[in-house]
Design a protein around this ligand. Sequence first.
Ligand code: TYD
Length: 132
Amino acid sequence: MKLIEFIDLPDLGDERGGLSVIEGGITIPFMPKRIYYIYGTDSSVSRGFHAHKELEQMAVCVSGTCEMLLDDGVYRETVHMNSPKQVVMIPPMIWHEMHNFSKDCVLLVLASDHYNESDYIRSYQEFLVNYR
Ligand code: TYD
């Protein structure tokens, strides 16, 4: 089973430099209500370790590199994120972890809804037992 799904972003770069574009409902399947970004994370630090009940997210490494692990309770897959031209989908009910951030990593995340702690499943055991 393939958990990692990439979307290639339109590349409008030219001799002046890169330009990638994300349009809600066009390049990605939802209209983002929230945008956040993770940066300045030491390579020894891992983040995430949760799933969402309903939230859809898309992540793109706009600078640097990191690893994204997705887990549906049966399968685990890790992808090396190293391109500002590709977004990775983080669907609901997928456990995700982020590892091995490079110093210059800026991981941009587009979310389908506002922040809501009750949408989080932060225990892997709870994820496995209650939601699979
Ligand atoms: P957390 O979910 O632990 O980050 P990560 O998944 O990257 O490890 O978020 C850190 C804190 O920030 C936590 O207290 C929740 C809060 N937070 C918000 O208030 N709004 C947000 O949009 C996000 C993503 C986090």
